[in-house]
Design a protein. Sequence first.
Length: 698
Amino acid sequence: MRGTVVMSAPNYLWGQLRRALDADNDRRMAKTLDAIAGIDAGRITVGDPVPTKGMPAWVTPEIIRGGFATGHAAASGPLTDDEQALATANGLPGSRAALFQWALTDAGLTWLTTLLDQRTYQVRLPEQAALLTVAHLIRTGHGAEAATIIDTIRPHADRLQFLPIPLTAPIPDGVHIATIGDAITALEQKKPRRQVEAQREANSIWGPYTDQLVALWWDTRDAAGTVGRVFPDGWGNHAQDLLDVYDALTEEHTLTTKHRKPGSTVQILLTATRATLAGDHTQIHRARQVVSDVVAKRGAPASEALTTLRRVQQEDAAKPSHAVLAKEAADALRPHRDVLTHEPLRLIADTRGEHLPFVRRTVDRARHAPIGQLIHVGVITSAEGLAAVAPQLAGPGIAGQYVDSVAGHLAAATFTAFQNRRSVLLLNYQTQVQVTALPWYQALTATSETSGSARVRLLRQANTLTKHAIESFPGTVLPNPFLRVIAELYRQADLPLPVTYELAADIFMGGFSKTFVTAARLAHEYVAAGLYGRYYGLGEQAPADQKTFAEETYRRAGIDTYSRWSSVAVAGSVIEQAQILTTQNLAIVTHAGVTIDWETAATTAFTRTVLPELLAAQQPRGLRQRKNAAYAWRQVLFYLTMAGTNATDRFLETARRATDRTRIGAPAQTLLDDLERSHRGQAVMKPFTGWVVRDNDR
């Protein structure tokens, strides 16, 4: 890494700010500036699990790309529509402090317990479960615990949302990757494309104005049809009017600049007009030529050809932009902001933008349905998409721990909301804040009776989720957000597995936590003696401690030492070797009991990920695709190791046929040849890896 970590955070954020400016994204710009200002002022500590000074660990921080805090709480901001409606309905001032006080009255507690019993509530942020938990604790005779929670959160009552989102009906079975509210926000943020709007301006403003200039000069023809020979009465006044109109148009309409360019039709005719009005006829010949060319191309003024052309252009210019249509769709969705439906597209039926691909994709992302359906219809197309709904999928496992179904449903809602909390950038082997940091979650867990089979259910839930992820996307590593969910499930099932998270190469410090050492030792038991171990040349013993583990990754990456001045490419190659040594969690979840059709997974990962990414990697700037191919290839090797010797023979035959049907050629054949060597017990001289380290990177 070039430079220190302290400097890398602001530099990264300035880069994000430039991207936000390029994308004309005001909201993103504001949040990025908040993060930069907070870091510069010392209010935000980069790399700490609780980065914002004065903010308790249980408060959900607002996090932007890269894991940087903005200094704001995610549950802060103006009153939501639901909060405002609740305040109005109960004759309260429009403030969170007033709502907080009301929620602790008999009327407020009755409202909360009704939501609990009917399950007509939604928790999108963990804080929104706090007063629900208070109501449950009071009702079940745990007033002291409720009072402790109230005392803890009361100082923040004027800023944070501690009330749930009320619903008209319980949340139906299923999951969703986005809400109707998210769709509304995305549609409202759709901005007109400058290029399209420039063309609209050209057709509606500058096309007709050009016609007027041409017509002005067309009226100066003599009997032979030569332009600039006869100037009718009033021509000078009309010409001056058009010059004045031009000045007004250029001030108001600035999207297109073609008319400003020297040599353009408009500029030649304007120059000739000004000169002629001044008594200078030297520019008339240029006007004559331009008018002749325009008439030959588009037709004479008022001709049928020109009239038809301009009518078509005007009709096209009058059509609403995609941004306008997107906002109309957002308006149609607004009354259904809190609705969960498996047919969200019906909510925008009969709007003018319902057939636009962008609008349909955005709205359909709010589809609430079983996970299999979301994958089948293309709402979820990647492991990252699956990770986004993993907290919801884990909910039933959390709820199943509790004898009291009301407590179980509330615990699951709180857990799901917390797992959606964006992770912060961490340094020095620190860990993310855990759900147990929530005082109300702690109290709910401590005061509720749990089922005797809770651990078994949680383990089964974690394994089911993992199996679904690997079977659906076998060529993709398990993303960090997904890993955090299953790691918590395993922890609550009393099976604390050494789950390792993907590290960022641009902030890598050169070392690894003890978790990597433990994971490597466990992985060694599964793969060292098999195909995976032979291909990657794993030793007879796994590294014994952190120092040995780090040194082994350096050696395998081909470097002697690592320093903070090492390049990102070097950092990436070292991290990749750590992933190879640990199998990047595949051995861990296998140890937990996950089992799939390994042979099918290997074939699918090769044909669906390795081959396409290898092909893309042959293009300029294909390093990302190369990394994707290498990671997927590593998964293939693990699956085949689990599947056994005979499976490798069948895989090689199938993979060679698939390769022959592509244009990839040598890169894929080399992979398969090396795989066959490993299968026969021979060493591979250069295993395929994703990161490429050049001499000037070292």
